[in-house]
Write a protein that binds this ligand. Structure first.
Ligand code: NI
Length: 236
């Protein structure tokens, strides 16, 4: 009988972690393992196993799991641990509809306050996306591009919600791009968004963002229905 490989064995832990960094190290390590698929959907994560793995008490483990739950990456089970969440939670169209509301508002509030550094940061993300082929990196750069444009919105809670939505998408993008063989995400959209933000054209920029995210809804819906982005049935 072969033993089922322990998914935690794919997680590297280098040396003892200083107590004050424990929560963030655990959170970041688990986050990247979930995003790149080393910890697949449905994987059970026991608090004690994680505490042993990282050589810490259960408290920072519990805190890290809560953070990841807020990002929809896992579901916490009280006193036990957590389970890695499904790729898309609930109704994808509803999730995107809510994201469009939140991101439009963040963009609207942020545009008047953006400065040259923010524009340069967004432009760098676009440039790097041109040549990036690693799916996990593409997802991260997409998130960083969007956050560069929203980041000046003077509402921390709104920005947290927006960023959690983008993290959820980051995870989906990775699987989506890979399984579809889609090499790129819409760079034309990103360039247009940046130009309109630089021109402080709030209404047009928000409209362009809505279109950009609506295209995301179409792709995700096709993916969940087992179709490829061109509308043909995907090979099983
Ligand atoms: Ni985008």
């Amino acid at each position: 009988m072969t033993q089922k490989p322990n998914p935690l064995s794919s997680i590297p832990v280098s040396g003892p972690i200083p107590a004050h960094l424990a929560r963030s190290v655990i959170e970041e390590t688990l986050r990247s393992a979930i995003l790149d698929g080393r910890l697949p959907c449905g994987t059970a994560l026991r608090q004690q196993d994680l505490a042993d793995l990282f050589g810490v008490s259960r408290m920072p483990v519990r805190e890290a799991l809560r953070q990841l739950e807020a990002q929809s990456l896992l579901h916490v089970i009280t006193h036990k641990g957590a389970i890695v969440a499904p790729l898309v939670e609930g109704d994808a169209a509803e999730t995107y509809a809510l994201r469009i509301l939140l991101e439009s508002e963040a963009l609207r509030l942020s545009i008047p306050l953006l400065d040259a550094d923010d524009f340069a940061k967004a432009a760098r993300c676009i440039d790097t996306l041109e040549t990036e082929t690693d799916y996990a990196e593409i997802g991260t750069l997409n998130r960083q591009f969007h956050m560069a444009l929203y980041g000046k919105a003077p509402n921390r809670r709104l920005l947290n919600l927006v960023e959690n939505g983008l993290i959820e998408e980051e995870r989906f993008l990775r699987f989506n791009l890979e399984s579809m063989g889609l090499g790129k995400i819409s760079q034309d959209d990103h360039r247009q968004l940046l130009r309109m933000a630089e021109e402080r054209d709030i209404e047009q920029c928000v409209k362009a963002l809505e279109n950009h995210l609506n295209r995301g809804v179409e792709v995700i819906t096709r993916y969940l229905n087992g179709l490829d982005p061109l509308g043909k049935k995907a090979p099983q």
